[in-house]
Design a protein around this ligand. Structure first.
Ligand SMILES: CC(C)[C@H](C(=O)O)[C@@H](O)C(=O)O
Ligand code: SF4
Length: 841
């Protein structure tokens, strides 16, 4: 099979890079919904516990352990690990510890490769993927994290997903999706010295806004991106999510191939040649259509900084704090006033007059080796201004090691910087690194939302070079003024001392540990039936939340992300808007604290609701607070998606209607949201029709979960995987063929035996949710050993019907790990996941 992208090259229907990758990953298409295969799944501790628990509850396994890579980054302290014994004793904060320990247990139980705190490859999930060559051109890459867009720098289709989708990918290696629109952002010309990739992306967000890329996959092109290093491209793609697009990408080229060659998980030998040949085909065809097109001149870009609480609040460093009275739109003006008050700034203040107390260099945007070099070139031989605390947090253990090999750590510490261990650190402050209230920080991270780096903390986003300049000056500073001095000390700014050899040092791709018996052995738990239904909300109060760009950090701040449950988050909803600083006293000016809105089940909000982080904790918190439906002019893509996964209905409707509904809600009048008829009704008014995707509507009305539905398409996934193995052999992990062989060894001798066991098991399957016991006689036969028997229910072909199946996990006695074999089902579904019994799954 030729890859789809090659087959169409140059034909009558020119296609974009995104179109091609999409086509190469299409497993199945029906009713306007596509089942897309996922090549690479990165996992971290914050968004995975509930997903693994979901697998456990429904007795499911991780389908492609060889395509899944886990690490810890958000919760871990970045203090020295010299005395590290284990996570339990190292992480002082109880909830953070629980989340990390839970991941450790999950990777053990499900047999996943894991870079834990003792592993030098541990780091921020978006730094380690590319570093290992796990991220490859032409692949689909997902993670329960919005900055997965980073990996698009390699010409991959990479995007963040919610926890329900994490579970979906773990179980099926696919996602149900709708194709996004194509958007092109072209930046032509040459960047001036002192202007970096971070300035480019901040400038772009300033122009198109945080909702500018909504519903689109962005392709960055033009000489500026072509001339960028991979690190710089990653910083740009990383912040595509801040521009409202779920994914951003740059076509792979020689820079990409040079970066990748020799990395531990990259194809080798003939596979490398074959891969490069395919990767070269991954370019947008001449004449391909983009739904949105933006052109920017590189000469217009200056070192750029943020002044407010949204990444679109940018000005050149030579600019001033803007004046809200100049805003044309009322919601915008109110937003600006609030931002200035929060940031403690006066309109008209020169940006370079703003003094700072903290500097944070790190995060998945800017914690790679080039960023380290860039900072070193500015601070070499200088001192951090007195009264400023400055920290540098490398993105991974390998970045740290390389920086130290290059002597950069000495430059930092001599200048007065605190040189830390890798992690997300003060980007989000889920670990102990946080701003104090009112502290002002020059940060290289990607979000300046209220409370992001610590409650009441004030964040200015900028490039590593600019943050370094701020550290030295004690206030925001134009790094270009330092250029002559820097040239005298360093030669050229950020001159790369290229040392790829370091990265190509052979590293073993950890073999998973022996699969352990899970605690919930044999539990027959509801799966598809677990999703609440949504039909209508009759005669209910709606709460008017007259605010645009409500981000998910605002819907639920970081301190509540440490739970390993999906429930109990109601109190956390809008925590900082809702409570005074004591966290208990309600703010009277917040609408959800007023009657009758306190118990509202419908929320009517402004544009771009739910932007920012992919945290599914946001819909969980709203749901727990009693909100089942959100009406807004537009939604951020990931949040929108996450709502449906929790039986909630987001309705996108025009601004005029939203304003009309605000007035109606302010008059405390009731309304009905009817999904069956797809309309909003108010007494004495005409019904307002709304659009909802037919597939999602069907799932909501029937309370169906996607995983159950997808598992009905198992044979499509099987045959896609077989095609993928022959067309893109480099995408299968080194253990994959062994895994398949093992199943054959295990089952060939005894497939009828397994079928007998399974049928006997199904025959005795109780109607209730009593726990059937594993028959003790069925422990082993021949070379194969049954290590786990579970029942699971999947949605049947009849709407909403539940079909029990038996999943037997077997392993060859001589081989180290286990593979699930779905052998029989009851109630009309075919036997075996691939039409055969007990083989090859
Ligand atoms: C915790 C995670 C869901 C979140 C994200 O999606 O971005 C985090 O990384 C962030 O930066 O806010
Ligand atoms: S944005 Fe910050 S918190 Fe989120 S993954 Fe990146 S470094 Fe971690």
């Amino acid at each position: 099979m030729a890859p789809n992208s090659v087959r169409y090259e140059g034909e009558a229907h020119p296609r974009t890079l995104y179109d091609k990758i999409w086509a190469d990953h299409l497993v199945h298409e029906a009713d306007g919904v596509s089942l897309i295969y996922i090549d690479r799944h990165l996992v971290h501790e914050v968004t995975s516990p509930q997903a693994f628990e979901g697998l456990r509850m429904s007795s499911r396994e991780v389908r492609r352990t060889d395509c899944t890579l886990a690490t810890v980054d958000h919760n871990i302290p970045t203090s020295s690990r010299k005395n590290f014994k284990d996570t339990k004793s190292f992480i002082a904060e109880a909830d953070s510890r629980t989340q990390v320990v839970t991941l450790e247990q999950n990777v053990q139980e499900f047999g996943l490769t894991y870079f834990g705190m003792e592993d030098k490859r541990q780091g921020i999930v978006h730094v380690i993927g590319p570093e290992q060559g796990f991220t490859l051109p032409g692949t689909t890459v997902v993670c329960g994290d919005s900055h997965t867009s980073t990996h698009g720098a390699f010409g991959a289709l990479a995007f963040g997903i919610g926890t329900s989708e994490v579970e979906h990918v773990l179980a099926t290696q696919t996602l149900l999706m709708k194709k996004a629109k194509n958007m092109r952002i072209k930046v032509s010309g040459k960047l001036a010295e002192g202007v970096t990739s971070k300035d480019v992306i901040l400038h772009i967000i300033g122009i198109i806004g945080t909702a500018g890329g909504m519903g689109c996959v962005v392709e960055f092109c033009g000489d500026v991106f072509e001339n960028m290093s991979m690190e710089a491209r990653m910083s740009v793609c990383n912040m595509t999510i801040e521009a409202g697009a779920r994914a951003g990408m740059v076509a792979p080229d020689e820079t990409t191939f040079n970066y990748l060659k020799g990395r531990p998980l990259c194809p080798k030998g003939k596979d490398w040649d074959k891969a490069v040949e395919y990767w070269k085909s991954l370019r947008t065809d001449k004449g391909a259509k983009f739904d949105k097109d933006i052109h920017i001149d590189a000469a217009d870009i200056a070192p750029t900084v943020t002044w407010g609480t949204s990444p679109e609040d940018v000005v050149p460093i030579t600019g001033i704090v803007p004046d809200p009275s100049q805003a044309t739109d009322e919601t915008k003006r109110t937003g600006m006033l609030r931002a200035l008050q929060y940031m403690g700034l006066e309109p008209g203040t020169k940006m370079q007059d703003i003094t700072i107390q903290k500097v944070f260099i790190g995060s998945c945007t800017n914690s790679r080796i080039e960023d380290m070099r860039s900072v070193a070139s500015v601070v070499k031989g200088k001192k951090v201004s007195s009264g400023v605390e400055a920290m540098i947090v490398p993105g991974s253990g390998l970045v740290k090691k390389q920086a130290e090999a290059e002597g950069l750590d000495k430059i930092f510490t001599e200048a007065g910087f605190d040189w830390r261990e890798p992690g997300c650190s003060m980007c989000l402050g889920m670990n102990p690194d946080r701003l104090k209230p009112q502290e002002r920080c020059a940060a290289t991270s990607n979000r300046n939302f209220e409370g992001r780096q610590g409650p009441q903390g004030r964040t200015h986003l900028m490039s590593p070079a600019m943050a370094a300049a701020a550290a030295i000056a004690g206030k925001l500073k134009d790094v270009r003024e330092l250029l002559p001095e820097m040239q005298a000390t360093n030669g050229k700014m950020a001159e790369p001392t290229k040392s790829m050899d370091f990265y190509s040092e052979p590293i073993d791709w950890t073999a998973p540990k022996e699969v352990q018996e899970p605690p919930s052995e044999g539990v027959a738990a509801p799966t598809s039936a677990g999703m609440p239904q949504f039909t209508s909300l009759d005669d209910v109060v709606a709460c008017p939340l007259k605010k645009a760009n409500v981000d998910t950090d605002c819907i639920i701040p970081k301190q509540f992300l440490k739970t390993i449950q999906r429930t109990g988050l109601g109190k956390a909803a809008f925590f900082e808007l809702r409570y005074e600083d004591d966290g208990v006293t309600e703010r009277q000016d917040f609408v959800l604290n007023q009657e009758p809105y306190r118990s509202a089940s419908v929320l009517i909000a402004g544009d771009n609701f739910g932007c920012g982080s992919s945290r599914e904790h946001a819909p969980w918190a709203l749901n727990d607070q009693g909100i089942r439906c959100i009406i807004a002019p537009s939604f951020a893509d990931i949040f929108f998606n996450n709502c449906f996964k929790n039986g909630m209905l987001p309705i996108a409707i025009t601004k005029d209607i939203v304003e009309e509904l605000w007035t109606h809600a302010e008059a405390k009048k009731k309304l009905t949201v009817d999904l069956t008829k797809q309309e909003i009704r108010r007494e004495g008014c005409e019904a307002i029709p709304f659009e909802v995707d037919p597939f999602r509507r069907h799932c909501l009305l029937n309370g169906l979960d996607d995983i159950g539905l997808t598992l009905q398409k198992a044979e499509h996934i099987d045959s896609f995987e077989a095609r993928r193995s022959s067309t893109f052999p480099w995408l299968d992990g080194p253990r994959y063929s062994r895994m398949k062989a093992e199943v054959r060894i295990s089952t060939a001798k005894s497939s009828s035996f397994y079928t007998r066991v399974a049928k006997g098991f199904l025959g005795g399957l109780p109607a209730s949710d009593d726990r059937p016991e594993r028959p003790p006689a069925a422990q082993e036969e021949g070379d194969a050993e049954i290590i786990r028997i579970r029942t699971q229910t999947v949605a049947g072909s009849n709407q909403g019907g539940q079909v029990p199946q038996v999943l037997i996990t077997v392993k060859a006695k001589s081989k180290p790990h286990a593979v699930p074999v779905m052998v029989a089902s009851k109630g009309g579904a075919k036997e075996g996941s691939n039409g055969k019994q007990g083989t090859d799954w």
